[in-house]
Design a protein around this ligand. Structure first.
Ligand SMILES: Nc1ccn([C@@H]2O[C@H](COP(=O)(O)OP(=O)(O)OP(=O)(O)O)[C@@H](O)[C@H]2O)c(=O)n1
Ligand SMILES: C[C@](O)(CO)[C@H](O)COP(=O)(O)O
Length: 226
């Protein structure tokens, strides 16, 4: 089955408060996004990568990304005003069937084993979404009151989120809704059951400044492990 990776890197990174979008900030000597792309090519030299870049200054980001030569060229696409729009634009670049792993460009610590597991499981279950258990207690808050919750019933959801191409394209053809924060919620809204699999605590999303420090430390420790 044909395998695609749809890497969304079209955001502005407002929460990290940097003038350069966070996917292009340097992490252990190279841009965050390059770490992410390299992990997918480590998984497979034959994977088809669609890379969604910010629509503002698209030509600049395009030049930056094509300067680095991979053995298989990236398929570039313009992002939209929301992650939903960026994923939808990226899916437009896929013709025919297969499986697509949708992944945040700002999760540079993704490991090729997780990518492989997501494709294997999606081939069987039509969807495969990386998730981890909570390591802390949680409470539900409601104005002035709070209530302890059973953490064993919850998962933190990561990417990759891998789907059959036709399923996820149809799901993204429905109307955008702000409450749909990931691809699993978009597929679920379209009536599909979502299969979870074990992600990794290392697969962090660079969202706020301290995440860069943690990512740098994790990358160094990986190098130390060889
Ligand atoms: N319009 C958008 C918004 C987000 N993303 C991508 O979706 C992933 C996860 O989004 P998030 O961490 O929220 O990124 P930003 O939207 O850039 O960050 P912020 O919400 O802080 O502005 C990122 O790789 C980001 O580049 C995208 O492709 N297009
Ligand atoms: C897709 C995602 O990374 C799964 O955890 C997450 O929902 C993105 O959220 P954000 O608020 O747009 O960063």
């Amino acid at each position: 089955m044909k395998e695609y990776a749809l890497i969304v890197a079209g955001g502005k990174g407002t929460r990290i408060k940097s003038s350069t979008p966070k996917q292009f900030l340097e992490l252990d000597g190279k841009p965050v996004l390059l770490h992410t792309l390299e992990a997918f090519y480590r998984y497979s030299e034959n994977i088809h990568i669609i890379l969604v870049l910010p629509a503002d200054d698209f030509a600049t980001w395009e030049m930056l990304c094509t300067r680095h030569k991979f053995h298989k060229p990236l398929i570039l696409q313009r992002g939209g005003d929301s992650r939903f729009q960026s994923v939808k634009n990226g899916l437009d670049k896929i013709d025919g069937d297969g499986l697509v792993a949708i992944h945040d460009g700002v999760r540079p610590l993704i490991h090729e084993d997780i990518i492989g597991a997501s494709f294997r499981l999606a081939a069987v279950h039509k969807s495969a979404v990386a998730a981890v258990r909570l390591k802390e207690s949680i409470r539900m808050t409601d104005q002035d009151t709070t209530k302890a919750m059973d953490r064993s019933r919850f998962r933190l959801i990561q990417t990759p989120q891998t789907f059959q191409v036709d399923l996820i394209k149809k799901a993204y053809s429905l109307k955008e809704d702000d409450t749909l924060t990931d691809d699993a919620s978009v597929a679920e809204r379209a009536g599909h059951a979502i299969s979870l699999f074990e992600g990794s605590y290392e697969n962090i999303k660079i969202t706020t400044p301290e995440d860069l420090v943690v990512a740098e430390a994790l990358l160094r420790s990986r190098k130390g492990r060889g």
